[in-house]
Design a protein around this ligand. Structure first.
Ligand code: NDP
Length: 326
């Protein structure tokens, strides 16, 4: 396994990591979740991604039980949670980035995950109803108390991240040091262009990128309809099915041509899709998703494809997808 520094921090994160969205506590049973987490860890993955909003907290409960039973040394892995989406049943203070919800969400995640600190804690979206300084102080306090080691953001604009970093620098607080944006062949502008000024700022910016296969679109599985055992067939994810099969039709239509390049390179489409993300040195770690151990085993092979991504191959992929990419 390759390791990368998380931005300018001293933290070494495996270049491939593993996340629980849609799958844990929802699409898959606990036995499959256990097999996936063990496959990931044995494959050299040291970072497991989670969030309070995944399966209404159930994804963290499932992951926590597996981590507890694993016997793995706590120092050998990193686990994250994210705060924002919360619990609709708790009323207006049960979500968002107020001091109240940030602190309570951290405490609840520690209980669900059965750990005494979160290695990474993300603000899952920006909160226009909370002053940025209030969130910065709450995150700083959690770090000072040892409950969180590093804090960051997910899908914040570059201006919002820069504002938080400025506030923290001015008030001598721990700054946000990582972002979790979507990044794949079809969704690239934010990480490549919008965040460009932030990577070399004083605080720096590590990136833990999500949906490297465009939520499965870059496996080719949706070019002939929606398979019954795929996430797009999961109840409650109709919005995602519509986005992938209708709104993203121009991207879907390009998938066979990307698959042809994978064939020429002697690899598979999912491995090429993941390796393409890793080819960008601004990516600290690519968070893999999988509902079946065979998918994860295949995607772990992406590291072998990395040396084949010569500037010529990258340029070909770029020219092919640039028009459709967001
Ligand atoms: P991907 O884009 O890689 O999609 C993963 C899905 O694609 C799998 O669950 C599986 O779906 C399918 N798949 C993966 N590999 C293969 C393969 N080799 N062959 C066939 N099908 C395959 O990643 P995710 O969208 O799952 O995102 C990864 C992680 O990123 C999440 O778990 C979460 O931790 C994080 N995330 C963060 C977000 C944020 O807002 N911060 C938002 C979304 C994700 P299927 O079950 O259909 O077969």
């Amino acid at each position: 396994m390759l390791h990368r520094r998380l931005g300018k921090t001293g933290l070494q994160v495996s270049a491939l990591s593993f996340g629980a969205w849609v799958t844990f506590g929802n699409q898959i049973g606990d036995d499959v979740a256990r097999e996936l987490l063990h496959t990931a860890y044995e494959g050299g993955i040291n970072f497991f991604d989670n969030a309070e909003g995944y399966a209404d907290g159930q994804a963290e409960i499932v992951m926590g039980r597996i981590l507890k039973a694993s016997g793995w040394a706590r120092g050998s892995y990193l686990v994250s949670s994210k705060v924002f989406f919360g619990d609709a049943y708790k009323g207006p203070n049960g979500r968002g980035l107020s001091r109240k919800h940030v602190i309570e969400a951290c405490h609840a995640a520690l209980v669900r995950l059965q750990v005494d600190h979160l290695d990474l804690f993300f603000c899952h979206r920006p909160d226009p109803d909370t002053p940025i300084g209030e969130t910065c102080r709450a995150m700083h306090d959690l770090i000072a108390q040892g409950k969180v080691l590093y804090w960051g953001t997910s899908e914040w604009s570059a201006a919002e991240i820069a504002a938080a970093q400025r506030f923290c620098a001015a008030h001598n607080l721990h700054s946000p040091v990582m972002e979790q944006p979507q990044y794949n062949l079809f969704h690239r502008r934010r990480l490549e262009q919008e965040y460009a000024p932030l990577y070399d700022s004083d605080a720096g910016l590590g990136t833990t990128i999500w949906s490297p296969l465009a939520t499965g679109l870059l496996t080719g599985k949706y070019n002939a309809g929606v398979p019954a055992d795929s996430r797009l067939a999961v109840k409650g994810l109709e919005w995602l099915r519509d986005r992938v099969t209708a709104d993203q039709k121009p991207k879907l239509d390009l998938v066979p041509a990307v698959a042809e390049i994978a064939r020429e390179l002697g690899t598979t489409l999912p491995r090429l899709g993941v390796a393409w993300c890793l080819a960008n040195p601004r990516v600290s770690t690519v968070i893999l998703g999988a509902s079946k151990p065979a998918q994860l085993a295949e995607n772990l092979g992406a590291l072998e494809v990395l040396p084949k991504l010569t500037p010529e191959v990258l340029d070909r992929l770029d020219r092919l997808t640039r028009q459709a990419a967001t």
